[in-house]
Ligand binder design. Structure first.
Ligand code: NI
Length: 247
């Protein structure tokens, strides 16, 4: 059940049975020569929508822009500063707490969000601990789940792609979007086949180290069939994890 296609009465009824909600969170950033700029938002969103179809889980609107400062050297990338993203997450949680939501499951598609999302959770708990919550937040629980860490997914990616999976514009995430959005598949040759890997600093440094935007990957190997396998496995693992978390 998606929040945007629900009425407030339906949300009231949902809250009688569950205080859990899945909030997809991603990024709008370059993903190399054949990866969509929306990849990191489209992956958790498509997975969440399927989880919402298969189970009774309520799915919030996707936070589609994340912390992606290091990608700003490439056209079309958008970032929120960490401090802005923390406020966005706090405001979303504080809004939904008013109605009785308690368990906030952030389904994440972007490694660059991880530290900031955890900092936002600490801010939310600090509000309660210091007696500064706008409402009673003693029952609020937040969890970050990275889709690529769902049960079995990393092993499957490694079986499918080995070292060519890489760490940004990975074969796995490009495959997932190719399965979920087959009309947006791009066929582009990669040069070199496997991209360089290395540390992340600012945007100008990133562009120098990773000229076409990929890190350690060869997403020319991505394919929708692999994406389907990854998608189904991730949905199963994440749905189980959400229900355990929100029970
Ligand atoms: Ni990505």
């Amino acid at each position: 059940m998606e929040l945007k296609f629900s009425t407030w009465q339906e949300v009231d009824t949902y809250l009688e049975k569950s205080g859990g909600i899945i909030i997809p969170i991603g990024s709008t950033e370059q993903h190399g020569p054949n990866g969509l700029i929306g990849t990191d938002a489209l992956c958790p969103e498509s997975l969440a929508i399927e989880i919402g179809k298969q189970t009774a889980a309520l799915i919030a609107p996707t936070i589609s822009v994340g912390m992606a400062q290091h990608h700003l050297g490439f056209a079309g990338s958008i970032t929120l500063r960490p401090s802005t993203l923390i406020l966005v997450i706090q405001d979303m949680v504080n809004s939904l707490v008013q109605h009785g939501f308690e368990s906030f499951y952030f389904l994440n598609g972007h490694g660059g969000n991880i530290s900031t999302v955890h900092a936002a959770f600490s801010e939310i708990y600090a509000q309660a601990s210091m007696g500064q919550s706008p409402t009673d937040q003693s029952k609020v629980r937040c969890k970050l789940a990275n889709w690529w860490e769902a049960k079995g997914v990393m092993k499957l990616s490694s079986d499918l792609f080995g070292d060519a999976d890489g760490s940004h514009a990975t074969c796995g995430e490009v495959s997932l979007t190719q399965y979920a959005y087959p009309h947006s598949i791009k066929n582009v040759a990669m040069d070199p086949p496997i991209a360089p890997d290395g540390p992340i600093y600012d945007a100008a440094d990133f562009r120098k180290r990773f000229p076409d935007g990929r890190m350690g990957s060869n997403p020319a190997l991505a394919n929708p069939e692999a994406g389907e396998q990854l998608f189904k496995l991730a949905v199963k693992g994440l749905a189980e994890d959400f229900h355990k978390f929100s029970a």
